[in-house]
Design a binder for this molecule. Structure first.
Ligand code: NAP
Length: 237
C-alpha cells in the first residue's frame, strides 16, 4: 500500500470506460472511491462489477456533471457518507460530431460538448476543491486528450478538441490558484484507448489508459502541479 491509502477519491463517469478502470485501480491501491455517474442503474451495475473485497471501499453517488443541482446534491450525499473528498478525477466527457468540420458542427453539439466537458469539470471542481484546500491536501486529475493539445492541433473533432484545450487552460489556472494549499492539479492524455468512446481499434487497453490518471491521483506531496502528462511524462500544451 502507498501513501494515498485511505484517501477518498471521487471519479466522474465511473460507470464504464476509463472512469471504471480508474476506480478499479484506485481501489487496488487502498483508496476509498466514490463512483459518480448520471445513471443510477449503470452505477449500481458498475459497483457490482468491482472485485471483492475492494467493493466494500466503494460507494456510489448519482451525479450529472451538466447539472449544478445534481452536483450540489452529490456533494451533500458525499459529505454525509465520507466527510470530504481528497482526490477528484474529472473523467466524464462526451465526443460529439467527431467527423464534422469546425463550421458545420451544430450550435447544439458545441453547447452540449462544452457543458459536459468544460463546465462539468469546472462545476465539479467548484463543489469539491475548496474542502481540499481547507484540509491542505488535494489531487485533481482532469482527463483531457491529445486532441486538446495546441502543439499538434488539427481539424479532428473540433468541438471536442476545443473543449479539451479549455480543460487544459482550466487546469493551469486551478493549479496556480491552489498551489499554496497542497492541492495538485494536472491534466492527462490517456492515449487512444479501447472504450465506447475510443472504439475497438484503439491500441491501448483501459488498464494502460488509466495508469497515468491513477499516478496523478496519488502523487506524493511536492509532486507536479499545473502539468499535462502522457505515460507519466510531461508533454507540450
Ligand atoms: P466513455 O467510455 O464514452 O465514457 C464516458 C463516461 O462519461 C461515461 O461514464 C458517461 O456516462 C460519462 N458521462 C458523459 N456525460 C456525462 C454527464 N453529463 N454526467 C456524468 N457522466 C457523464 O469514454 P472514455 O473513453 O472512458 O473517456 C473517459 C475520458 O477519457 C474522457 O474525458 C475522454 O475525453 C478521455 N479520453 C478518452 C480517449 C479514448 O481513446 N477513449 C482518448 C483521449 C481522452 P454514461 O454511461 O451515463 O453515458
Amino acid at each position: 500500500m502507498g501513501i494515498a491509502e485511505g484517501r477518498v477519491a471521487l471519479v466522474t463517469g465511473a460507470n464504464r470506460g476509463l472512469g471504471f478502470e480508474t476506480t478499479r485501480q484506485l481501489l487496488a491501491k487502498g483508496l476509498r472511491v466514490v463512483l459518480a455517474a448520471r445513471d443510477e442503474g449503470a452505477l449500481e451495475r458498475a459497483h457490482r462489477r468491482l472485485a471483492d473485497p475492494d467493493r466494500l471501499r466503494a460507494m456510489t453517488v448519482q451525479m450529472d456533471v451538466t447539472s449544478v443541482e445534481s452536483i450540489t446534491a452529490a456533494l451533500r450525499r458525499v459529505t454525509d457518507l465520507v466527510g470530504s473528498v481528497d482526490v477528484l478525477v474529472n473523467n466524464a466527457a462526451v465526443l460529439l460530431a467527431e467527423n464534422d468540420d469546425v463550421l458545420s458542427i451544430s450550435a447544439e453539439a458545441y453547447r452540449r460538448t462544452f457543458e459536459t466537458n468544460v463546465l462539468g469539470v469546472i462545476e465539479a471542481s467548484r463543489a469539491f476543491v475548496p474542502a481540499m484546500a481547507r484540509a491542505g491536501y488535494g489531487r485533481v486529475v482532469n482527463v483531457s486528450s491529445g486532441a486538446g493539445q495546441l502543439a499538434t492541433m488539427s481539424s479532428y473533432a473540433p468541438a471536442y478538441s476545443i473543449s479539451k484545450t479549455a480543460v487544459n487552460a482550466f487546469t493551469r489556472i486551478l493549479a496556480d490558484t491552489y498551489r499554496a494549499q497542497g492541492v495538485l492539479v494536472n491534466a492527462v492524455d490517456p492515449g487512444w484507448v479501447r472504450t465506447d468512446m475510443g472504439g475497438p481499434s484503439a491500441p491501448r487497453s483501459p488498464q494502460q489508459g488509466a495508469d497515468t490518471i491513477v499516478w496523478l491521483a496519488t502523487l506524493p506531496d511536492g509532486g507536479p502541479s499545473g502539468g499535462f502528462f502522457r505515460e507519466r511524462r510531461a508533454i507540450d500544451w
